[in-house]
Design a binder for this molecule. Sequence first.
Ligand code: SF4
Ligand code: SF4
Length: 321
Amino acid sequence: MNARPRPPAGALSGAGGPGDGEHLCPPAGGPSGAGGPGGSGDGDHLSILYRGPLASCDYDCPYCPFAKRRDSPERLRADRAALERFTGWVAGRDHPVSVLFTPWGEGLVRSWYRRAMTGLSHLPHVRRVAIQTNLSSRTDWLAGADLGTLALWATYHPGQVDYGRFLGRCRDLAGRGVRFSVGVVGLPEHLEQARRLRADLPEGVYLWVNAAEGHLYTDAEADDWTAIDPLFRHSRFPHRSAGQACRTGDSVVSVDGDGTVRRCHFVPAVLGNLYDGTFRRRVRPCPAALCDCHIGYVHLEPTGLYDVFGGGVLERIPHGW
Ligand code: SF4
Ligand code: SF4
């Protein structure tokens, strides 16, 4: 998952999932300008945030409902079948598609997520395929992927993984030429580790910071985090989104394992189903009071974040970083 310990509205039932762990709160992209998946003037390009039944993780983060949770063999089989159905649907499209996998738990420890990422990366009409991950799994599978299309949204969880091991994984990715961002939750106890990580990561790797759920930052604290992530101000406060223009429901959608389409992970209303042809894109203003997760508000037009993340909206890499 991505990294914000906050279950969104309807997470447990309405939005079709058991809650929202790290990957709690964690977005597609063409090569320039606002051209990321869903960039303006992008015609029939569709960005999809996919989240299947998988809800287990190998980590034990204290701020996450999926910590050390196990899925039954039946649930794992259902997750695999749902993912294969989804990738088959994407493969059959005649328009550009970008995908961000936002599993409740950790996906890359499962072979079917690695296969899906690799397979989708080679499809000519797939512009980006990315996943939120804790980077706990091996990386050799990446040798089989098209690294011009694949990207990773990695989250560092201090206390769950040895610092040197995580940094080594990041350096391995950089050495392989993998496009990735790294992030941390902005808890006070993470500050020194985040500073250290920023100093040790290659400069070309963007380190983002998610404001911790329910945490109010003094200006001095916000300055500390901004020194690590110059874009921290976008995460510090929830965005007032009610009635505002948001690309979700039109060029960006959320899809679950059954193919149920919602505009985003945070608004439970169902817009149709991907597989039976009942979903139709439609421009609609945001019905929620607030939007406080990057994978949501990055698509909220008044934020202007498509200009900031153009080409890297889904994997959270600023344009030209
Ligand atoms: S790494 Fe696992 S336990 Fe930690 S926040 Fe992500 S899903 Fe939850
Ligand atoms: S701003 Fe967009 S992504 Fe956020 S809650 Fe509203 S509709 Fe969903």
